[in-house]
Write a protein that binds this ligand. Sequence first.
Ligand code: MN
Length: 254
Amino acid sequence: MSEKIVQTAGRDELGKFAPEFAHFNDDVLFGENWNNQDIDLKTRCMITVVALMSSGVTDSSLLYHLQNAKAHGVTRKEIAAVITHVAFYIGWPKGWAVFRMAKDVWTEDTEVEMDSAKSAHAAEMVFPIGEPNDGFAQYFTGQSYLAPISTDQVGVFNVTFEPGCRNNWHIHQADKGGGQILICVAGRGYYQEWGKEAVEMHPGDCINIPAGVKHWHGAAPDSWFSHLAIEVPGENGRNEWMEAVDEEQYGGLK
Ligand code: MN
């Protein structure tokens, strides 16, 4: 015997105005139908969300049923899959409308999942993740982090990319010498030179980037990624930042 559903919204809101409707709502719909055991409660919650979504009902009753679904074990991943699936059949804009509400209901789940994924990634490497890389955010798609490892002699920075995060095409310019060395220290990501295939990077992999070569680096779509970025000494070294990596091209990487 699973949890017994008890509902008082009918009597609370319409008990005086429409006592019969209130009775049907609390005693029959929620009292009998919702307590029917032939479908498990979690499934019933999802079906209800789908029914309201399909009818275009995106008011407080949908919000209630989204919260109810979460309270009965529907995860952020599951509700996202449900809404995406149903949107194909009933119309994309309805998917958008429901996602806007669901985002607020599962809000802290996203943060908790993100935090635990970040901690798991941090535990895989000896270098710190550091702070949000705000100084370079304009040249990145997605969230990255920066931890200075060496700021004397040769600059060495640990750069961490959240899944899907990458930097724009850029060139490390120098009048003499210069360039950059990347050493992957955790996770999985990519390095790509202009006109060449992207190269997958795993912990221990080293990439030597000569000055003047147009390239980008960043995480795989589904993995955290960290690399040490070593500034190769040169004369008048500077970064030239260019366009973002083409969305379709990046999306084709696994
Ligand atoms: Mn670079």
